[in-house]
Design a protein around this ligand. Structure first.
Ligand code: G1P
Length: 288
């Protein structure tokens, strides 16, 4: 039950970030000095996974460029003696084995993950939305992969959410608590809102799936907007096998909206050895 592969669905239009995302993929917006998708890739590597499929739309070849070698830039940096930057740039293209898969139409997160079926080739697979930056001592994906090895069933990452969160995230119903941080899932709803929410346990964009997820997605009907939701597909999976939720340890920044993105930028800058002092000064100066 070793997990060797991960899927990053990155084919959306990034409408919550317009106009920034008119030409630039949302996943390429940088927090401090790294695009969002690079944080996701590094988290995956932190779980020992090196095979990554990025699900893209037509307009996103810039992500492929980011993870590919850049000979012109490399010779420029070499000629200028900027060896630290050269090392940094070279490292990116050696991070992992990337596969790029087109999602022909934006038909939802479930449909995007289904595009990775051939890549998964009957093996278990992790899926991560690049909207989130997880800042954890142990990579959040590693926490999920370890839980998967123990539980031998699909595991999704959970966090406690407030009333607003029930409108933004899928929410689970607990069947039983397995241990301190692990729950067996009875049911789940996609963004139910506070009145219909089963609990305050939200699904936060990280999954490790058994191979049966792909058949479950195929058996899932589209929602009222014509999209196939992964939450609905996991409900279908629940008919035939157990699904677990893991309360992760660490901090998560929801960069899928502008305020969360700002929070991530400020919080990570305040943790950054080079920027901590200056950023504190900037904040102080602007508050007075
Ligand atoms: C997706 C999932 C939702 C999950 C969320 C986490 O929603 O459908 O269940 O809670 O990611 O970020 P989206 O943010 O793509 O609308």
């Amino acid at each position: 039950m070793k997990v060797n592969k991960a899927i990053i669905p990155a084919a959306g239009f990034g409408t919550r970030f317009l106009p920034a995302t008119k030409a630039l993929p949302k996943e390429m917006i940088a927090v401090i000095d790294k695009p969002l998708i690079q944080y996701t890739v590094e988290e995956i590597l932190g779980a020992g996974i090196r095979n990554i499929a990025v699900i893209t739309s037509q307009a996103k070849s810039v992500m492929r460029d980011h993870f590919a070698p850049s000979p012109e830039l490399e010779s420029f940096l070499k000629a200028k003696g900027k060896l630290d930057l050269l090392e940094e740039v070279r490292k990116i293209s050696k991070l992992a084995n990337f596969t790029y898969i087109r999602q022909p139409e934006p038909l939802g997160l479930g449909h995007a993950i289904l595009m990775g079926e051939r890549f998964a080739a009957g093996e278990p697979v992790a899926a991560l939305t690049p909207d989130d930056i997880y800042d954890c001592l142990v990579s959040c994906t590693k926490q999920l992969v370890d839980a998967f090895a123990e539980l031998r069933g699909t595991v999704i990452v959970l966090g406690r959410v407030d009333r607003e969160g029930t409108k933004k995230y899928g929410i689970i119903k607990v069947k039983r608590q397995v241990s301190d941080r692990v729950f067996e899932v009875a049911d789940m709803h996609e963004k139910p809102g506070p009145k219909k929410a089963f609990s305050d346990l939200g699904i936060l964009g990280r999954y490790v799936f058994t191979p049966e997820i792909f058949d479950a997605i195929k058996r899932t009907s589209a929602d009222s907007r014509g999209e196939i939701q992964i939450t609905d597909a996991i409900r279908v999976l629940l008919d035939t096998q157990p699904v677990y939720g893991l309360l992760f340890e660490g901090k998560r920044y929801d960069c899928g909206n502008k305020l969360g993105f700002l929070e991530a930028t400020i919080a990570l800058a305040l943790k950054h050895p080079e920027f901590r002092g200056p950023v504190k000064k900037i904040i102080k100066a602007n508050l007075s």
